[in-house]
Design a protein around this ligand. Structure first.
Ligand code: ARG
Length: 431
């Protein structure tokens, strides 16, 4: 760490109102050897990011920084690295563990899931993911986790929690593992337009910041078909209208084409998985500005590690029909220019490996810059946080990561992030 002239900095920044002594403690300067402007794709040399508390005050160049002496400013030297905005993931389940699937999950209480979430939140943040959308948790464990992180009790990313996923009786968002006499119903189950509206209201009441519902069957649920729609159009429309009226965005779990088409027509904001999206679905998603959040890495984990983790044979069988097809449809959607969110389904595979999907997105049709944009500016827009996160820009949260090399040449660098800052706090810093 090096000290530089506060006076020199103050001269550069016009908005400073309080006294220098008050400001001195809070100001940090990062020297970025290279900084990726994720909007333009330009790599800018020798940028100096001035951070005041949680947010970025200014970004200046070397020429502005020449007048240095020994004043009280914390200096972070990333002159050998490439600096980018913190990444984000639109589809995680922090309270779930990749090693605990199928019937093993029945042994986990909601408090235990919350504790698991604490560990996974740290891993996610240390991997460079400074914001995540948690699309489904037992009870409202993700809301509590969000609050504990905001209060500074535990480290973790900024969380947009969904609370309980809304779904039909016996559907992908229900729990169908036990027979009738031991039946369990998941907390988000509701049938009928008014019942689902009530669920949306209840989720909002208990802290959900996004609404997640299941619009088709799924891979990892017992007895559901990935191709079969769940909820009628009326029910989907009721969920979306109610959520939007309350100022919440809507994410739908959907693999099969009919469920996807119906959900797009109902006005959802993002389609999770989108595995069998039709050409027509791609067209309407593009036309309506619906984001696709396609988890195209996770299949490899499910098929290699899933059995040991307790994933049911029927689910493995389903995955064999989904994985490759989903990648092909990703490619078609990428080619058509549909807006891509970066969503991975972490929790099905281990948290902290969120960056692995970058490589897959590049292999299946995005440029490295587009893959990075999906995890920065695109997700920021989808989350409604486009004025706060996703860019290194004046006024934005100081969510900053760094890698050793050029991620536009070598996208896998994002699997081993060397430096992470969230809201101005340094989380990790490695050589
Ligand atoms: N949670 C999802 C489901 O159960 C996981 C799907 C994973 N497979 C995939 N190819 N993306 O349906």
């Amino acid at each position: 760490m090096r000290k530089i002239a506060l006076a020199a900095l103050l001269a550069l920044t016009t908005t400073l109102t309080s006294t220098a002594a008050e400001q001195a403690e809070a100001i940090t300067v990062i020297h970025a050897g290279q900084m990726l402007d994720v909007k333009s794709g330009k790599l800018l040399k020798d940028q100096f990011i001035i951070i005041d508390g949680q947010r970025i005050r200014d970004i200046v160049t070397l020429r502005d920084m020449e007048d240095m002496d020994d004043e009280e400013v914390e200096f972070i030297d990333l002159s050998e690295m490439t600096v980018l905005p913190g990444l984000s993931d639109s589809h995680v389940h922090l309270t779930s563990d990749a090693e605990v699937h199928g019937y093993k999950r029945l042994t986990r209480s909601t408090p235990r899931a919350a504790i698991t979430g604490v560990r996974n939140a740290r891993r996610t943040l240390e991997a460079g993911f400074t914001t995540v959308r948690n699309v489904g948790a037992p009870g409202f464990a993700d809301v509590d986790l969000m609050e504990a992180i905001e209060d500074g009790d535990v480290p973790g990313p900024r969380i947009i929690p969904a609370g309980r996923s809304i779904g039909i009786t016996g559907g992908h968002c229900d729990n169908n593992l036990l027979p009738f006499e031991n039946r369990r119903t998941a907390g988000g189950v509701a049938d009928g337009p008014w019942a689902v509206r009530a669920k949306v209201r209840e989720n909002k009441k208990f802290g959900a910041k996004v609404i997640k519902f299941c619009g088709t069957g799924g891979v990892l649920s017992k007895g559901t078909k990935v191709g079969a729609q769940q909820f009628s159009f009326e029910e989907m429309k009721a969920i979306v209208d109610e959520a939007h009226q309350l100022g919440l965005k809507v994410a739908v779990h959907a693999h099969g084409e009919e469920g996807i088409d119906t959900a797009i027509k109902a006005g959802v904001d993002s389609i999770e998985h989108s595995s069998f999206i039709s050409d027509e679905g791609i067209r309407t998603a593009r036309h309506n500005g619906t984001y696709l959040s396609m988890d195209i890495y996770v299949s490899d984990y499910i098929l290699s590690e899933g059995e040991a983790a307790g994933i049911l044979e029927e689910s493995l069988k389903k995955e064999r029909t989904v994985g490759k097809k989903q990648r092909e449809r990703f490619q078609a959607a990428a080619k058509a220019g549909v807006k891509m969110a970066y969503g991975t389904d972490a929790g099905v595979y281990p948290h902290g490996d969120n960056g692995k999907q970058m490589r897959y997105m590049v292999k299946w049709g995005l440029s490295p810059l587009q893959a990075i944009q999906s995890s920065t500016i695109n997700n920021a827009k989808l989350f409604g946080l486009e004025n706060d996160i996703g860019q290194i820009k004046e006024g934005y949260f100081a969510d900053i990561i760094a890698v050793n090399g050029d991620p536009l040449q070598e996208i896998s660098l994002l699997e081993s992030v060397r430096f992470v800052m969230k809201s101005g706090d340094v989380i990790i810093s490695k050589e």
